[in-house]
Design a protein around this ligand. Structure first.
Ligand code: SF4
Ligand code: SF4
Length: 253
């Protein structure tokens, strides 16, 4: 039998819903048990972001810069929207961490969310085609040509960091950036930590666009990096740290 894209998905025997119930439970049972430890290495770079939420003025410059630079389409309705970075309130960003006497200011503060480029990325482990993979520097990438649209990765990611192209995104891109590839209907996409800029020694677009100095990016393996110094001098938290995914995006609150 010819193993085309459609047949491959059929042969997998499980759809996104089936995975959600059974396999995702298994994944999180494994990562939550402490079986998987952080794999930060002592050499090479390990990219991370530190977000100082006290400095964020909710202007959305970061989101605009990212989405314009990466040809992220503006699609409505909400269930079909594509997002690489977005904002949520505390309760939705850090479920389970709040309490009834938390300050109203913190409850209402906007938190910038994106792919955490996890040390133990569940999305990578469930992808049957290696369309999503983790680089040596920790950046979790997508190969759109290998993606068969099964959406196992979306079920695996506990952060909602991935979007599926239910429709051809190209008609919904305004003022396309000709230097960055567009995607097609039927593939998943997400933040790539601006890998195309890192290779040139440039900061991610969101970091560069933030006029308030709320976003910081650097090498976790360098004790003198700005991100390491910030993390040593101020309390930081990660999203759903108990999942064992070891996010590489940290929040100063
Ligand atoms: S945040 Fe989600 S998509 Fe990003 S690396 Fe972690 S599990 Fe994968
Ligand atoms: S949708 Fe694409 S990236 Fe996600 S698991 Fe399936 S093949 Fe891999």
């Amino acid at each position: 039998m010819k193993l085309d894209r459609r047949n491959f998905i059929r042969m997998c025997g499980v759809g996104i819903l089936g995975l959600g119930a059974a396999k995702a439970d298994k994944i999180f049972a494994q990562v939550g048990s402490g079986k998987y430890q952080s794999t930060v290495t002592s050499d090479g770079k390990r990219w991370a972001m530190v977000i100082d939420t006290k400095k964020c003025e909710n202007c959305d410059d970061c989101i605009a810069a990212c989405h314009k630079g990466h040809n992220v389409p503006e699609i409505k309705p909400k269930e079909e929207e594509i997002k690489w970075i977005w904002k949520e309130d505390f309760e939705h960003s850090f479920p389970g961490l709040g309490h009834e006497r938390m300050s109203q200011e913190l409850m209402k503060r906007p938190f910038l969310l994106l792919c955490n480029h996890c040390e133990n990325p569940a999305c990578v482990r469930v992808c049957p085609t290696k369309a999503t993979f983790k680089r040596g520097d920790g950046v979790v990438m997508m190969d759109y040509h290998r993606c068969i649209g099964c959406r196992f990765c979306m079920a695996g990611c506990p952060y909602g960091a991935r979007s599926f192209n239910f429709q051809d995104p190209r008609p919904s891109i305004t003022d396309a950036n000709m230097l960055y590839p567009t995607r097609t209907k039927g593939v998943v996409e997400k933040c790539n930590f601006c890998a195309e800029r890192l290779v040139k020694g440039e900061l991610p677009l969101c970091v560069e666009a933030c006029r308030n100095g709320a976003l910081h990016f650097g090498d976790l393996n360098d004790p003198n990096s700005e991100v390491r110094k910030l993390m040593e001098s101020q309390p930081t938290i990660q999203r759903s740290a108990s999942m064992g995914t070891f996010p590489n995006v940290y929040y100063i609150i």
